[in-house]
Write a protein that binds this ligand. Structure first.
Ligand SMILES: [Zn+2]
Length: 108
C-alpha cells in the first residue's frame, strides 16, 4: 500500500517537473529573442547616461571596466588584463617588462 501511494506521488512529481521543464524551454527560446534587444537597449542607455563626458575617467557602472596598464598606460578591459604582483597589465609582455625592472614603482 505504501508503494502505491509512493507511485502516485512520483507521478504527480513527474508531471510537475515536465511542466517546469517546458516552461523553462519556452522562456529560454523567448529569452534568446529578447536578449539581443535588451543588450542593444543597455548599450544605448549607457551612451545616453554618460552624456558625452570624459568616458575614460568615469565609467564605474560598466560590467567590464577599463584598467590602466602599469607598464605602458594603455587602458584595457578588465577581462583582458593580466594581474601580476598587484599590478595590472595589457599583456603578458608588459608584465614581464615591469617585473624585470628593478625599481618599477620608484622610477617616477
Ligand atoms: Zn601595456
Amino acid at each position: 500500500m505504501r508503494n502505491f501511494f509512493f507511485l502516485i506521488v512520483l507521478f504527480f512529481l513527474g508531471q510537475w517537473l515536465l511542466k517546469k521543464l517546458r516552461r523553462a524551454n519556452e522562456r529560454a527560446q523567448r529569452g534568446e529573442a529578447q536578449a539581443g534587444g535588451a543588450t542593444a537597449g543597455g548599450a544605448h542607455r549607457a551612451r545616453n547616461g554618460n552624456g558625452g563626458h570624459d568616458t575614460a575617467a568615469s565609467t564605474p557602472q560598466l560590467s567590464d571596466p577599463l584598467i590602466r596598464c602599469a607598464q605602458c598606460g594603455v587602458h584595457t578591459p578588465r577581462s583582458e588584463s593580466i594581474v601580476v604582483a598587484g599590478e595590472r597589465f595589457c599583456c603578458a609582455d608588459h608584465a614581464r617588462h615591469y617585473a624585470s625592472r628593478p625599481t618599477g614603482r620608484d622610477a617616477r
